[in-house]
Design a binder for this molecule. Structure first.
Ligand SMILES: [Zn+2]
Length: 366
């Protein structure tokens, strides 16, 4: 748990810390004071302000013991909204989520050229906002996910492979956009609305046509210097191996991406492999993944690995195999927790970028 400070200049950071705690479960003011190290007076000041702004309310818990029932705090789901837009190589999804991560609406269309797609997105959004009667003042921002690499600082899609029409395009068609690559957004989504609410450090692997990853360190996306890192798919697992488009030799992606692992087999999808219970192929995939993830576990001292994308489908077996193989390769000594993740809504993941801003970042949204 991150510790807070009582310094007045840190009020904004403390507010976000408290919001984050309220989001994570049942907490009274006293619980928050204990968990953060903030004084009760400081908690009361911030909580009162959050209640006044409509983001939070108090309710009596079903406490059957003797004495006064404690008051718990909860987020008011419809006090704020985030727009989520997920643009992939094949389609795009547009929708709106509320502060508690409920997807209010979601529309999916086939991708066209950028101009046509953006016009269509704006039209769909206008209709959705109108239909759900959402006050524009309650919209915190627009999270957009696309294939990477992206420059999240300038909201520019850089040069993702097989996405040429969108290269070097800065997204500014709506106010307060935050662009992220899909792996980072998926990793954040697990923190707020998935399996990592109580996990401060973890890596999310997205294994589809390529292999992406989002690394969360101390509850924040790890970006490195340029923000273009976290490319586990380009860790080499064979110095004499296949040449990769990135310039390296033997990149994980050349072996463990879905098209690579299915090469020279009769399967047309990873789902087919799982439904056929092809242990040999599942084990081969786990072998490849273990080589690269061992590097990440040793480097960042991470013990939780999320398996997402196609490989998350009924992923218990590959998770178990990966865990076994990793236990012989890592030196951290921590017990590893491998969690397969079924695919979530693209709108929810994209919207989570904005939810994360609201809860944790120290700038932009007030
Ligand atoms: Zn590579």
């Amino acid at each position: 748990m991150q510790r807070a400070t009582n310094a007045s200049s840190m009020k904004e950071q403390n507010r976000r810390l408290i919001l984050s705690l309220i989001n994570s479960g049942e907490h009274s003011r006293a619980d928050i004071s204990r968990a953060t190290g903030l004084t009760k007076a400081a908690v009361t000041m911030i909580v009162d302000e959050l209640i006044q702004n409509g983001y939070v309310s108090e309710y009596e818990c079903n406490h059957t013991g003797i004495g006064r029932k404690p008051l718990y705090l909860k987020l008011n789901s419809d006090s704020a909204y985030a727009i989520g837009i997920n643009i992939t190589r094949h389609h795009y999804e547009v929708g709106i989520i509320n502060l508690c991560g409920e997807v209010l609406c979601e529309e999916r269309q086939r991708i066209a050229n950028p101009k046509t797609t953006i016009n269509s997105i704006l039209k769909i959004l206008n209709e959705q906002i109108k239909k759900h009667g959402i006050d524009n003042g309650k919209i915190l921002g627009t999270g957009i996910t696309t294939p990477g690499p992206v420059d999240y600082r300038s909201n520019t899609i850089l040069s993702p492979p097989n996405f040429k029409d969108w290269h070097n395009l800065t997204l500014d068609f709506i106010s307060n956009i935050h662009l992220e690559n899909i792996a980072n957004a998926n990793a954040l989504c697990e923190k707020y609305f998935g399996s990592c609410a109580d996990t401060d450090n973890y890596i999310m692997l997205i294994i589809n046509e390529g292999i992406g990853s989002g690394i969360v360190i101390n509850n924040k996306i790890y970006r490195g210097n340029s923000g273009k890192g976290n490319e586990i798919g380009h860790i080499s697992i064979d110095i004499n191996g296949k040449k990769c488009e990135c310039g390296n030799i033997g990149c994980l992606e050349k072996y463990a991406s879905i098209p690579s692992i299915l090469e020279n087999t009769s399967y047309s999808s990873w789902q087919d492999v799982i439904e056929s219970n092809d242990i040999t192929l599942i084990e081969k995939e786990a072998d490849y993944l273990s080589c690269a993830t061992a590097t990440v576990v040793n480097l960042f001292d991470i013990s939780t690995i999320l398996l997402g994308g196609d490989v998350g489908y009924k992923g218990e077996l590959i998770g178990k195999l990966l865990s076994e193989k990793l236990s012989n390769k890592v030196i951290t000594g921590c017990e590893l927790n491998i969690i397969p993740i079924e695919k979530k809504s693209g709108v929810l993941s994209a919207g989570c970028i904005i939810i994360d801003d609201f809860f944790t970042r120290e700038s932009d949204i007030t």
